[in-house]
Design a protein around this ligand. Structure first.
Ligand code: GLN
Length: 242
């Protein structure tokens, strides 16, 4: 690994990799390499310290108990706070998204503090678990095509004033608050309920993370026909009547 390689950190594969979200790290890594970038990917298990010098950090979904353990260890470790202070980009999914907020309800039914890197609070939804395909429109400020993904969560996430909704759903529940919002972001920290893995289904989000990390407005184009076919198939499937 050279000093100027792009450092991608996949957080806690032993706790938060239940839903295939590790694919997000693979997609970011591949799209960076396709642009000729030198990439160093680091998978950090929950008994290891979080490096503070990464460029892009990815966190996946998980079940309720591993989610609590991951939150405890990330709080105690403190490395992710310092990485964000250093300007790192963070992309999180579902349990990872809830952990980045101020708090969520843990597997013991208690309020568990999160990292407060996103201005969101998650509570336990009283209704049915949110499970199914999702189709949404990403915040136009990000200039990205429609979002597709698969959600599977009981938590409901409320956004505070400094978090923007990542998308507005046309299909599915997203944050589960009934207002149609899905996910949240601020300048450098992103959260979504979308599995899939979401960056395989929405590779231009991966490019957005790369652009932020590299501080560039554009990247050389890559052949996206495979991704487009997958995305169009999922959009068509999501629009089928149940
Ligand atoms: N345990 C959390 C919930 O159900 C997150 C689930 C997930 O990561 N898919 O809300």
């Amino acid at each position: 690994m050279s000093d100027n390689s792009l450092r991608i950190v996949w957080i806690y594969p032993d706790l938060l990799s239940t839903y295939g979200d590790q694919g997000n790290a693979l997609v970011v890594e591949r799209r960076a390499r396709q642009r000729g970038l030198d990439v160093a990917r680091l998978d950090v298990r929950s008994d290891q310290p979080i490096p503070t010098s990464g460029d892009i950090y990815l966190i996946g979904g998980g079940e309720d108990r591993p989610q609590r353990l991951a939150a405890e260890r990330l709080r105690r470790d403190g490395g992710l706070y310092r990485a964000v202070e250093n300007g790192a980009i963070v992309f999180s999914v579902c349990a990872g998204y809830q952990i980045l907020g101020h708090e969520f309800i843990n597997d013991l039914g208690q309020r568990e503090p999160g990292l407060g890197l996103l201005d969101v609070v998650s509570v336990r939804g009283e209704g049915e678990r949110c499970v199914g395909d999702v189709l949404g429109d990403i915040d136009p400020r990000l200039g990205l095509p429609p979002l597709t993904g698969f959600e599977n969560h009981q938590g409901v996430t409320h956004l505070g004033p400094t978090a923007r909704p990542l998308a507005q759903v046309r299909l599915g529940k997203g944050n589960g608050t009934g207002d149609g919002t899905e996910g949240a972001y601020n300048d450098t920290v992103f959260g979504t309920y979308m599995h899939g893995p979401v960056l395989a289904r929405n590779p231009l989000i991966a490019d957005h993370l790369l652009k932020l990390a590299l501080d560039v407005n554009a990247l050389p184009p890559v052949d996206d026909r495979w991704y487009e076919a997958l995305r169009n198939e999922r959009i068509a499937a999501a629009q089928q009547p149940a």
